[in-house]
Write a protein that binds this ligand. Structure first.
Ligand code: ANZ
Ligand code: ZN
Length: 821
């Protein structure tokens, strides 16, 4: 390699040393400068850098560096989502404690991240498995427990009867335990929950204001919260006048079409029915062992069993059978439904199977409907509905709701699909839940001065049972109230707990007296959040919820944590998502070694718009590298000429430029204008296209005089600054080489010179009495009087003018002059 050759490795090392030595990316709170908090979702420390990371963090880094050059006080931190299942699985395999594996991975990955040159304030780094971090989560939990926002209730888990352990959903493979192969059972155990449902309405309405979020994500969150308006209606039970059966329906307009009622298997009335009937007991038992995701409800086979109970229709007085059905969920509404087979597809399929009547009560407005084939589920006009016949579905909703309210058997209600957040995990590698159980005092939170409850880090899980539950040194303690021997909670927090407030902790990373402080109020909300679409629902919803909890504790002072959200697309290889299971993973490390970080960064930015999927391409990487090399070689060639001018002598006197040079300068600034526009809307790939265009313009400047050199001088300075967020090392090096300054990351973002965009003169057509008679050329900023005079003086026009007598002159700016005689 000759001395003039582009050598990314040494250039990148040199730039990174410079930034480290000057603490370039460490930031402080500064009330005099506009703050900008740019955050990328924190990685799980798997130990292996992959292309998804490179893409995510490069996009975040480009935004951060750009905002920095706009003069803002920019925070970009990094940390590790360090608890979780993979570490436990690795521990079982390697017979090493998860802690050792995790800390080693963090060290490896930090080095890989640093190699990419991200503008991160590394002194704020956090690892969520560190007691300094999770102690504040425990602290918050205790506060929430005392307020009643955290509570315990029974809920189902996947139980492996051979390994005697609770399995995470991803450890259940085809209904069997991943290690033992045993059929997984559903088991009900006590677990901790946070009352996110108290915030359902605010979480929903808040989405309207999040205009900086993709619509897709907002829609997904709306659907997840699932607000439904309907009525709750009580049916009397014929056989037992002490019983009333409450159903929830969103379609009170279909009330006259009810042909049976159906209960969830866990419903109390189902339980009552099972006591006298072993077949019913058996059916309920079978339902218990089938775990249904909500999405499967629509497609799975509808099964049920009749009870001996009947309900009385509140309007017709008719007797309706009561079934137990596998598609009715205990956790939604009231756990019981009024079934209308003519207008609900699930009810229809069930009715077909068990020979129950289908009674149409809603007719479509126009088309005709074959009610024996499938349910008609749209709104329409009521038929066969007594006094409500002839109403529209909408009118009937109000009329029937009013009716049931007036006779005292029901009322309007709103339900949310959102459930409270289950935060207990029966796992070892997580933050301990700070609760103590005492035989006399009950459930006691760990007092603040005893926090953190530290997770022992030297445990190697075996995959059977819960390690903490059999670790006496952990669970044996004394009651904070009465001092008697007591037992610690051995469940740990869901890892979503850690990722729902880390963005705030970066601001107060070294605070050991409180969870957060003024610095968190200064930096939050995050101005730009960048991460994967796979977090569209849970992570983002939990973080929004915890932000509101912190606001209500007066720890934070805004409503939402993330003002803008960018969800970057996937990285594909040959059209398929890069993933270990597909065996098509391209490791970025070797590519970085061969071509340098800047090339890999440039490739990931150029190959696709940030939100779309990116197809990995070796030739694309080579192309990116060639582009940088061409710039490098070009700069080497013109270096001597450019260096003759000190930056303060490089002012271009526009008046002195030739027409050709003016045209070139116009091209440079119109490319810059487009690049700035795209940068602002984070359309980063076309910023790179702009850089390519700009470079081509510069290579074609005919170099004759001082002004040509100055033009190239200006153009290269723009080019390096446009590129610097994307290829920071490369730009840093050449910026210094050309004596533009010492640190391009502190240079100001290039501004468009609007004068350069203007053409000096424009042509206007001249009409006399509406007829085209000539054309004039006038200065672009000419005033009305000048235009009029130029038109009137024009020899072609003059011959049409009658002794300069005219009635008026109409001017259409930049277009035409009409002289009316
Ligand atoms: C009668 C009816 C007639 C219904 C009709 C729908 C259409 P969303 O909109 O999702 O809230 N339902 C109520 N509780 C249920 C439960 N625990 N498990 C399963 N299904 C339940 O859905 C509300 C509708 O889902 C309710 O309105 C009820 O069926 C059913 F033509 O009542 B509907
Ligand atoms: Zn006690």
């Amino acid at each position: 390699m000759s001395k003039n050759d582009y050598d990314p490795n040494s250039i990148e090392q040199e730039a990174q040393d410079y930034w480290a030595f000057h603490h370039t990316f460490e930031v402080r709170e500064d009330l005099n400068t506009e703050k900008y908090y740019c955050l990328s979702m924190l990685p799980y420390p798997s130990g292996e850098l992959h292309m998804g990371h490179v893409r995510n963090y490069t996009i975040g880094d480009v935004i951060s560096r750009y905002q920095r050059m706009l003069g803002k006080n920019v925070l970009q931190p990094m940390g590790w989502d360090a608890f979780g299942l993979p570490a436990e699985n690795a521990a079982i395999k390697n017979k090493l404690p998860p802690a050792a594996w995790t800390y080693q991975n963090i060290d490896d990955m930090r080095a890989q991240f640093k190699r990419l040159g991200f503008a991160i304030d590394w002194k704020r780094e956090i690892a969520t498995c560190h007691p300094d971090y999770y102690r504040w989560e425990q602290w918050l939990f205790v506060k929430l427990f005392k307020k009643g926002m955290a509570y315990k209730k029974k809920s189902f888990v996947n139980w492996d009867p051979v390994d005697n352990t609770v399995l995470a959903n991803e450890q259940v493979v085809n209904g069997r335990g991943w290690r033992s192969g045993a059929l997984v059972e559903r088991k009900e155990i006590q677990q901790w929950f946070l009352r996110i449902t108290d915030y359902a309405e605010e979480l929903l309405t808040g989405l309207d204001k999040l205009e900086g979020w993709p619509d897709q994500v907002r829609t997904m969150q709306r659907n997840w919260i699932g607000k439904s308006k309907g009525i709750e209606l009580r049916f009397s039970v014929k056989e037992d006048p002490t019983q009333q059966l409450t159903v929830f329906t969103t379609r009170p307009d279909t009330l006259l079409g009810v042909s049976y009622l159906a209960l969830a298997p866990e419903h109390p009335l189902s339980h009552l029915a099972s006591q006298e009937d072993p077949e019913i007991a058996d059916f309920i038992e079978q339902c218990k062992n089938i775990k249904v995701a909500e999405a499967e409800l629509a497609t799975m086979e509808k099964r049920g069993i009749a009870t001996s109970f009947h309900a009385i229709h509140p309007i017709t007085g008719q007797t309706l059978p009561i079934y137990i059905a596998n598609f009715v969920l205990m956790e939604y509404g009231s756990g019981a439904i009024m079934a209308v087979p003519a207008h609900d597809q699930r009810d229809f399929e069930f009715a077909q199977k068990y020979n129950l009547p289908v009674k149409p009560v809603i007719r479509p407005l126009t088309l005709s409907w074959d009610y024996s084939k499938e349910a008609f589920t749209e709104p329409g006009i009521l038929v066969d509905s007594e006094q409500f016949t002839g109403l529209s579905s909408e009118e009937a909703f109000s009329a029937i709701a009013a009716h049931v309210e007036s006779v005292g058997i029901g009322q309007k209600v709103t339900h949310y699909r959102l459930r409270d957040w289950g935060i207990s995990r029966q796992r070892y590698w997580g933050a301990p839940i700070p609760i103590i159980y005492c035989d006399s005092c009950g459930t006691v939170p760990v007092p603040e001065h005893d926090l953190p409850v530290i997770l022992p880090e030297d445990v190697v899980p075996q995959g059977t049972g819960s390690p903490l539950a059999s670790l006496e040194s952990f669970y044996a303690t004394t009651c904070p109230h009465c001092g008697e021997p007591a037992r610690r909670e051995t469940d740990t927090f869901d890892t979503f707990m850690q990722s729902s407030w880390y963005y705030a902790r970066y601001c107060s990373f070294d605070q050991n007296q409180a969870m957060l402080d003024d610095r968190a109020r200064y930096w939050t909300p995050v101005d730009q959040y960048v991460g994967g679409i796979e977090h569209a629902i849970l992570h983002l919803l939990y973080a929004r919820f915890v932000h509101k909890l912190l606001r209500d504790e007066e720890i934070l002072n805004t409503d939402e944590p993330f003002t803008k959200l960018l969800t970057q697309g996937m990285v594909l290889k040959d059209g398929a998502k890069m993933s270990k299971s597909k065996g098509n993973v391209v490791s970025p490390t070797a590519w970085i070694q061969q071509y340098g970080a800047d090339t890999v960064r440039l490739f990931t930015i150029f190959a696709a718009p940030p939100e779309q999927s990116l197809e990995w391409s070796a030739s694309g990487v080579e192309g990116a590298h060639r582009f940088l090399r061409r710039i490098y070689v070009f700069v080497e060639e013109i270096k001597t000429a450019l260096r003759m001018y000190h930056p303060r002598d490089t002012h271009i006197d526009v008046q002195q430029l030739s027409q050709e040079q003016k045209d070139i300068r116009k091209q440079i600034h119109s490319v810059l204008k487009q690049a700035n526009h795209d940068m602002e809307r984070i359309q980063l790939n076309t910023v790179v296209s702009a850089c390519m265009k700009l470079f081509n313009i510069l290579t074609e400047v005919p170099s004759q005089d001082k002004n040509s050199v100055l033009l190239v001088h200006e153009g290269i300075s723009i080019l390096l600054r446009l590129l610097s967020p994307i290829t920071p090392h490369f730009s840093h090096h050449l910026w210094r080489e050309l004596n533009y300054g010492t640190d391009i990351s502190k240079a100001s973002w290039p501004k468009v010179d609007n004068r350069a965009l203007k053409t000096d003169t424009i042509n206007m057509v001249v009409q006399v009495n509406g007829k085209l008679r000539g054309e004039i050329s006038i200065p672009i900023d000419a005033d009305k009087k000048t235009i009029e005079e130029t038109a009137l003086m024009n020899p072609h026009i003059q011959k049409f003018l009658d002794e300069k007598q005219f009635k008026k002159i109409i001017i259409v700016p930049n277009k035409l002059v009409n002289i009316v005689l």
